[in-house]
Design a protein around this ligand. Structure first.
Ligand code: SD4
Length: 340
C-alpha cells in the first residue's frame, strides 16, 4: 500500500499538481452522495437509469452495476456488445469484468456470440472457483448456464465500418480519440451525430455504502484476433476495495495494463488522495511513460470512494461520464484532462 508521505514521490508530479486546476471537470456536483452510480461516456446516461432503479429501491451495488451495463450491451447500434465493431478477421469478441464489495471478482475475455458478457462474468465469479474464463471455454460455460448462442452476424453499422476499414486494412490501433475523425480506429459516429465508444465502465455505491464495479467492451475495433485489453483484467480495467474505493478505465487498454491502472488508482486513494487526484496521478504516469507519444493515445479513469465522492481524469479532451444520484439527477459531465 502507498502511504501519504510516499505518494508525493509518485511519478513526476507533486502536491501542487493535485491542488491546482479544475480536477473534477465542468458541472461537478456536490461530492459525497449515497447511493450513486457513475459510468463512462454518454452511453452511461441510459445505463445509469437501470442501475439507479436498483439503487433507489435499496438494492445491492453489484446488481446495479450488472443491470446498468447490460443496458448498453443490449443497444445493438452501440459499440459495446454484439452490435460492436469486429476484430480484423470480422468477428466480434467481447471482454467483461465485475467485482463486488467482498473483493470477489469474475471476468470473461475473447467471448463470442453471447449477448451479455457481464452476466457471464458474474457467473464466473459466483458459480466457479475461478476468476477468468476466455474464448471457447467462456462460451461453453455461458451455454451451460443457459445463455443462448447468438448469430455472430455483424450489425449493419459494424458491417459498414468494417467494409470501410477493409479497403486499407491499416493496423493503427487508436481508441477514443474523437478528433481523428475519419480513421477507422476512432470511435464510430452514429447517424444521430453522437460518438459511440467501445466500452462502458460503471461504479456504484449503494445505500449501505457498499461499492461494486463493472466493465464490458468489444475492445479495440479491428484488433488482431485474440487481442484482449484492460477491461477483463482485474486490477487493470477495474478494481474495487470496499474499504477504500473503486476505479474503472476506458481507452487504450495496453497502457492501462502496463501500470495496473485501476489498482493503482485505488491504492492512491488509500494513500489519501481524492478520487480525482488519484485518477490524475495515474494518468500522469501514463503520460510520463509515453512522452511525446501520449498525444496519440487516450485513457481515462473514473473513481468513487467510500464516502460517495467521485472523480475522473483523462489524457486528453473528449472523455465524458454520466453521474446519477437521484431520480432527477443523471448528468453527462466533461472530464478534466491533462494534455491541452
Ligand atoms: C480496450 N479499454 O479493450 C478498452 C477499449 C475502450 O472505449 O475503452 N474503448 O482496450
Amino acid at each position: 500500500m502507498l502511504h501519504r508521505r510516499n505518494f508525493l514521490k509518485f511519478g513526476s508530479i507533486g502536491a501542487g499538481t493535485f491542488l491546482s486546476g479544475n480536477l473534477f471537470g465542468k458541472g461537478y456536483p456536490a461530492p459525497g452522495k449515497k447511493p450513486l452510480v457513475i459510468a463512462t461516456w454518454d452511453a452511461g446516461i441510459n445505463a445509469n437509469k437501470n442501475a439507479w432503479k436498483v439503487l433507489r429501491s435499496g438494492g445491492r451495488s453489484l446488481d446495479a452495476v450488472e443491470q446498468g451495463v447490460m443496458t448498453t450491451e443490449s443497444e445493438i447500434s452501440c459499440c459495446v456488445g454484439l452490435g460492436a465493431n469486429p476484430d480484423r478477421d470480422g468477428h466480434v469478441t467481447l471482454d467483461a469484468s465485475i467485482m463486488d464489495e467482498h473483493g470477489n471478482c469474475g471476468s470473461v475475455a475473447f467471448l463470442e456470440r453471447i449477448k451479455h458478457p457481464i452476466s457471464v462474468a458474474r457467473m464466473v465469479m459466483e458459480k466457479t472457483p475461478h476468476v477468468m474464463l476466455v474464448g471457447e471455454g467462456a462460451q461453453q460455460f455461458a451455454l451451460s448456464q443457459g445463455f443462448e448462442l447468438e448469430s455472430g452476424k455483424l450489425s449493419g453499422d459494424a458491417q459498414q465500418a468494417y467494409d470501410e476499414w477493409l479497403k486499407k486494412s491499416e493496423y493503427k490501433p487508436k481508441v477514443n480519440i474523437e478528433n481523428t475523425n475519419g480513421t477507422a480506429f476512432a470511435p464510430r459516429k452514429l447517424s444521430n451525430g453522437a460518438w459511440n465508444h467501445d466500452t462502458i465502465g460503471m461504479l456504484a455505491i449503494d445505500a449501505n455504502g457498499n461499492l461494486s464495479g463493472s466493465c464490458t467492451t468489444s475492445g479495440m475495433a479491428f484488433k488482431m484476433r485474440g487481442r484482449v485489453g484492460d477491461s477483463p483484467i482485474i486490477g487493470s480495467g477495474l478494481y474495487v476495495d470496499n474499504e477504500i474505493g473503486a476505479a474503472v478505465s476506458t481507452g487504450l487498454g495496453e497502457e492501462v495494463i502496463k501500470i495496473c491502472g485501476c489498482h493503482l488508482v485505488v491504492q492512491l486513494m488509500a494513500a489519501g488522495m481524492s478520487p480525482a487526484e488519484a485518477c490524475k496521478a495515474a494518468i500522469a504516469k501514463i503520460i510520463s511513460r509515453n512522452g511525446a507519444k501520449a498525444k496519440d493515445l487516450q485513457v481515462a479513469f473514473i473513481a468513487l470512494n467510500k464516502k460517495g465522492e467521485f472523480g475522473t481524469h483523462a489524457v486528453q479532451k473528449g472523455f465524458n461520464y454520466a453521474v446519477c444520484y437521484s431520480d432527477d439527477k443523471n448528468e453527462l459531465i466533461d472530464s478534466a484532462y491533462t494534455m491541452k
